[in-house]
Structures are given as C-alpha cells and as structure tokens.
Ligand binder design. Structure first.
Ligand code: ZN
Ligand code: ZN
Ligand code: ZN
Length: 275
C-alpha cells in the first residue's frame, strides 16, 4: 500500500490564511516543506481521505487524478476535512465524461451536511452531482473499493462522532489517525493486537502537550508506546506525524529534528510512504 500526503496542515493552513505570526512569516520566507495545505491523503492513487478546500490545488500540484477518483472516506465534518461545496462541480455542465458515482463514506454529521448541500443544489439546478453517501458506524468494518476500512472513535470534536481509520489491503494495514487527542479507551480496547504497518498520527500542537482534541509530540510518544505495549506496533511499524498548526511553532526542519529523537517521520505536502 502506498499513502501520499497531499496536505499536512491544520484548519488555517501554514502559513495561516490571515495570520502574521512569526511561524507563518518564516514559512512564507523559507517556502518548500514549510508550506502546508489543508489535510488530505490518497492511498494507492485511488482511495481519497478527506476533502478539504485545497483538493483542487492538490490535483494541480501532485497530479492527483480527481476525475478518476471514485472513493472518498471522510474523518469528520470540520471544514478543513470536508468541503462539500466543491462537489457541485461533479455534474453535467461542469464535468464531461464523469467516471460514474463518487462513493463517499463518513459519519452521520458528514451525511447530514451532504444531504443539506444536495438539497440546496437541487433547488437551483436541473441535475444532481454524481455522488452517493454511505454512513459508517465506529468499530464496524466495511469494504470500499477493495480496501477494508474500519472507523475508530477519535477524541476530537465532542459534538460529532469523529473517526480515525484503519485501512487494510493485501495483508498490509495502516492507521490514519489525525484530528484526535490520545485515543478514547474504547478505541484502545478495540485495537488490542491489531498489528499496524504504518501509524499516521496527529501532531497539530508540536511542542505543546494536549489533554484532548489534538496531539503534540509528547502525546505521540505516549500513543506510540501504548501501541507497542498492546501489540499494534513493533520495530517495523512506521510512524508518521502530520496535521501541523503554526501555533505549534516548529517549522519543518525543527519538527524533523524533534521527531527523529523518537524514530518518527514528519510528513510534508506531497510526501509518499509505502508499506
Ligand atoms: Zn483538521
Ligand atoms: Zn501563524
Ligand atoms: Zn478537526
């Protein structure tokens, strides 16, 4: 399995769209891996994870073949992960030779917002976007485009049932784990003994330790230790940190230096990892 990180920032991007903090000024000055767009990844160039406002930029910058994408899994309904307005363009008049239906998998909040959006579109347009929604329940496994996808409960927005995901194919397994604090106990319980080849973890707050919602490096160290203790990770498991906020304060190079102390890799926009 191959995962490509298309966007590795938190909600406002890095530099933040309206921000003048030192970390954003420095990112603007240095460019390169310090420029981070909103969170998105793609598995094997076909299974898209999350749908931020930067999806179009990812198509242009990384050759993401959006017209060919048929499967989208969504972690939660925050705008940096779920921007349904863009789906308006997946219909006749805006796209020619549409490659069938886009299957979207996510929680009830994502389903409700999509339904509301489609309702608004149908009031003014004669044809609907070619999309179908499939609501998922935590700790159940689903088949999506040949992948086994299992949503787990995240510790994120208490107002909705946010997911992190285990994604499996051909005996390989990865955890897509951002927009969560250290996991809820039910998630730990469920994960016992499920071996991961790759664990992708939230490091939004970098140098700051978080109680819940997101994580910093110290939280990632705790999560990696616990994953090892319960048989989910061993010396061959790759750990990759992503979803960074300028409020965390470490530009890419410093983030890499800090993460290397624990054997973690640091994602950047466009980075690919294989298991
Ligand atoms: Zn986010
Ligand atoms: Zn800033
Ligand atoms: Zn979020």
């Amino acid at each position: 399995m191959k995962i490509q990180y298309l966007g590795t920032a938190a909600a406002e991007g890095w530099p933040g769209i309206f921000c003048n903090c030192e970390s954003c000024k420095e990112a603007r000055r240095l460019g390169g891996k310090n420029i981070r767009t909103r969170s998105q990844a793609v598995v094997d160039d076909r299974l898209l994870i999350d749908f931020p406002p930067d999806t179009y930029a990812h198509m242009l910058d990384y050759g993401l073949n959006m017209p060919a994408i048929r499967t989208l899994i969504v972690t939660h309904s925050h705008q940096d992960h779920w921007y349904p307005e863009e789906l308006m363009l997946r219909r006749k008049g805006f796209a020619v030779d549409i490659a069938g239906t886009l299957d979207i998998y996510g929680n009830d909040a994502v389903g409700r917002s999509l339904e509301q959006f489609l309702k608004e579109v149908s009031e003014t347009a004669s044809n609907r976007p070619q999309v179908a929604f499939h609501e998922l329940k935590e700790f159940c496994s689903y088949s999506a485009d040949g992948y086994t996808v299992t949503p787990l409960k995240a510790a994120h927005n208490p107002l909705e049932n946010c997911f992190i995901y285990i994604i499996e194919k051909d005996g390989k397994r990865l955890l897509y784990g951002n927009d969560t604090g250290e996991f809820p106990e039910e998630t730990w319980e469920f994960m016992k003994g499920i071996r991961l080849d790759l664990a992708s973890l939230d490091c939004t707050m970098q140098r700051l330790q978080m109680k819940t919602g997101h994580m910093g490096l110290a939280n990632d160290v705790n999560v990696a230790d616990r994953l090892r203790r319960i048989g989910c990770a061993d010396e061959n498991t790759k750990f990759i940190l992503t979803h960074f906020s300028h409020n965390g304060g470490w530009l890419h190079e410093e983030m890499e230096r800090q993460a290397a102390k624990y054997g973690f890799c640091v994602a950047y926009d466009g980075m690919t990892a294989e298991v």
